[in-house]
Design a protein around this ligand. Sequence first.
Ligand code: UD2
Ligand code: MN
Length: 348
Amino acid sequence: MGFCLPVCKILRRGKYFVLLFLSLSLLAWIATFSGETVKSIQLSSATTQSLIRADSLTDKFKSWTATPEDLNTPPPKHECPQESPLLKGAVKLSFESSLKLKDVETENKGVTEGECEPVDCKARQSVAILIPHRNRERHLLYLLHHLHPFLQRQQLHYAIYVIQQAGDVTFNRAKLLNVGYLEALKDFSWECFIFHDVDLVPENDHNLYVCDNQPKHLVVGRNVTGYKLRYKGYFGGVTAMTKNQFLQVNGFSNTYWGWGGEDDDLRIRVEIQKMKIVRPPADVARYTMVFHKRDSGNEINKDRMRLLGRTPQVWRKDGLNSCSYKTLSVERLPLYVNVTVDIGKPQS
Ligand code: UD2
Ligand code: MN
């Protein structure tokens, strides 16, 4: 017994310790478990809310994590003035035989892949210039040389498209212009189109390459015709039509192979739609036509009068909506987009 007393005391106290330890563990476990439950309940309701607020949170997050570039983004540009302060009026044109494509590229460093826009204001119109072309390289060079600075002085957003007819089948200016319209719209939603002969160089930058609420004929006079309008309904050389005006007339006819008639056909389409051709004043709508002879492969179209007679009957199904062609290449050169197409051949 003398030995048992202290040992039994320790054992009895130990029992309390064990009990105390067990109850503390139980309390700790209950506390942890209930904490998790509360947390998971809170989380599930928060998930719904966080879904709802996801957008605004993303925005906030973006603003917190904005990079220095974002912060340096310039404010939106103001619209360019109604009349560009850069216009010079009548300019002296030069046609140097020594001119090289490289020179014109160097003079137009602000142009990328034929496209340019004003640096410090927002252009009033986005304009695609469409040039039908085959074997007139020299003329194209002179035109690019004058047209790029001319369009920049007018503070336009513009791009130049050259549509090359592949092969040596008879030339079809009108169909190439339809192709140009369709191809250019794949790049950008141009609101205005200028259909432009390769050999006509504008002499006065007040002749604005923008569209009006009516189709516009820009060539009142040429050096070769004593700067006189050829005839009242004349609609050849350079014309400006909005995307919708051109769509409304179903574009050009595709059936004029060889020289002549296609410009009058377009005028008939415009008249059928009750639109009225407008022209800038004669003293600004002046052009120099680079001298040329009739090209081989573009002989006079003897069928043109017959074709013009049936325009009112066929315009709905002959035009943009029936223009079939095969694009052979689209080259994005520094000064223009070069679209080479196979447009087929006349149907005999
Ligand atoms: C007039 C019209 C033109 C068109 C043509 C009849 C004017 C100022 N122009 O031009 O718009 O109606 O008669 O089709 O009235 N081309 C080539 N390679 C060729 C053939 C033609 O690139 O082998 C292109 C080039 O863009 C040229 C245009 O087609 O400027 C019109 O051909 P043109 O210059 O031989 O005809 P032209 O001066 O009588
Ligand atoms: Mn010509």
